[in-house]
Design a protein around this ligand. Structure first.
Ligand code: MV4
Length: 447
């Protein structure tokens, strides 16, 4: 078993990982920036080392400082959490080269799956349904027009180096395609220094459903069911739940089995998530595979009673999965919301500042994952997510009631948050009645 984990992250996920390590009897090293001297993860870890100034590129993205800290403190492993260096090929590779276990898949798989065009072709070969479109990259506007003629409009242009909604453009006609082609090329060049793109049929009004995977280093793999993440605003998830209300038992089984088969085929180990677009007829298509633990992992933990962070650590320690697919029973329903320091009335502008008063909800089936406390100063340098409320009920209706009750109890004084906006979603009839898709926020709230 790993003995000492350096957590290359901050905020609630760093705290989440420290807690899992402590339960497992594993020592922890926190790294922190000058802005995070008084952060909870800094306080909770067994050791804490300041690695640089507030800006991420000088601290939480500072590969040299992080690896030096791991060596100096005798850490045998690094958990990257999500964001920051979690999907950085070079970082994972350097960890391997200096003999520090990166708690995640091998860097070669991060590289493969980070290239969205290659990932799609690989998944297609592994038997996963994909959206029809170009075979691999497209190299000219003429070629884009040719493919679009074959698959019909609307089409979507995607930067191969993009992902999570960055570097995509939709076209409803040949005229639009000509314009969008130039725009997406330029954006991809500027954002990713890689202007390779591909094209596919645009699936209108889909749901976003993803399968949680656990795979060990001996080829054993299981799935932990799905999460429905269709409630998003500008590619930022706001609310996630499981089970999905649009997936039948048969579709869930098929989706899970396909995800497991593909994971085994590509030789992937550790936790991972395969994202699908699901259309009106429950046809599903591969979108991306995420090689990190995700923000919304707790909803899966609530209904499966499996600690995904602990499983990641056990897998990275070289243990075999001690779970088979038959052990996985989905119990009830779980929902998560993300509370951010932002102002919905000012176009969701981030609102850092000091929390002057705080009351966190609790009680039966209510979990709060956070790193804030009363008197905490939210720095301006990082992501604005303050806390996640996760509820577990027998049914979706019970989860919604519990979430509304938890939100009614929550008090965060001193800064603006999106909590009232989330309450509106929970009250929304279309949301309640399963009458929504990924454009819900845009359609209902015109933003
Ligand atoms: C799509 C799509 C429709 N059709 N691909 C957005 C994020 C990135 N992972 C890919 N995305 C999409 N790809 C085809 N062929 C719609 C989206 C999409 C989306 C997907 C899930 C949740 C929210 C979304 C918001 C905008 C676009």
């Amino acid at each position: 078993m790993l003995k000492k984990v350096l957590i290359a992250n901050r905020g609630e996920i760093a705290v989440r990982i420290i807690r899992a390590c402590r339960e497992m009897g594993i020592r922890t090293v926190a790294i922190y920036s000058e802005a995070d001297k008084n952060a909870l993860h800094t306080t909770l870890a067994d050791e804490a080392i300041c690695i640089g100034p507030a800006p991420s590129n000088k601290s939480y993205l500072n590969v040299k400082a992080i690896l030096e800290t791991a060596c100096l403190t005798g850490a045998d492993s690094i958990h990257p959490g999500f964001g920051f260096l979690s999907e950085n090929v070079n970082f994972a590779k350097m960890c391997e080269e200096i003999g520090i276990k990166f708690i995640g898949p091998n860097y070669k798989l991060i590289e493969l799956l980070g290239n969205k065009s290659k990932a799609k072709e690989t998944m297609k070969d592994a038997g996963v349904p994909v959206v029809e479109g170009s075979e691999g990259l497209i190299y000219s506007k003429e070629q884009a027009i040719e493919v679009a003629k074959k698959i019909n409009y609307p089409v979507i242009l995607k930067a191969s180096a993009g992902g999570g909604g960055r570097g995509i453009r939709i076209a409803y006609s040949e005229d639009e395609l000509k314009k969008q082609y130039d725009i997406v090329k330029k954006e991809a060049k500027n954002s990713f220094n890689d202007d390779s793109i591909y094209i596919e049929k645009y699936i209108e009004n889909p749901r976003h459903v993803e399968i949680q995977i656990l795979a060990d280093e001996y080829g054993n793999c299981i799935h932990l069911g799905e999460r429905d993440c269709s409630i998003q605003r500008r590619n930022q998830k706001i609310l996630e739940e499981t089970p999905s209300t649009i997936i039948s038992h048969a579709t869930r089984k098929k989706m899970g089995e396909i995800a497991v088969k593909a994971t085994k085929k590509i030789g992937y180990a550790n936790a991972g998530t395969i994202e699908f677009l699901v259309d009106k007829n429950q046809k599903f298509y591969f979108m991306e595979m995420n090689t990190r633990v995700q923000v919304e992992h707790p909803v899966t933990e609530m209904v499966t009673n499996i600690d995904i962070i602990k499983e990641q650590i056990k897998i990275a320690s070289g243990e075999k999965l001690n779970l088979s697919q038959d052990d996985i029973k989905i119990n009830g329903h779980s929902m998560e919301v993300r509370i951010n320091a932002e102002n919905p009335d000012k176009n969701f502008m981030p609102c850092p500042g000091t929390i002057t008063g705080l009351h966190l909800p609790g009680g039966n089936g209510i979990r709060v994952d956070t790193a804030i406390y009363s008197g905490y100063k939210v720095p301006q340098n990082y992501d604005s997510m303050l806390l996640k409320i996760i509820v577990h009920g027998k049914t979706r209706e019970e989860s919604i009631s519990k979430m509304k009750s938890a939100i009614a109890e929550l008090v965060i004084d001193g800064i603006d948050t999106n909590v009232d906006f989330i309450y509106e979603i929970l009250k929304n009839e279309n949301f309640k009645n399963n009458n929504y898709d990924t454009s819900f926020i845009h359609k209902e709230y015109g933003m």
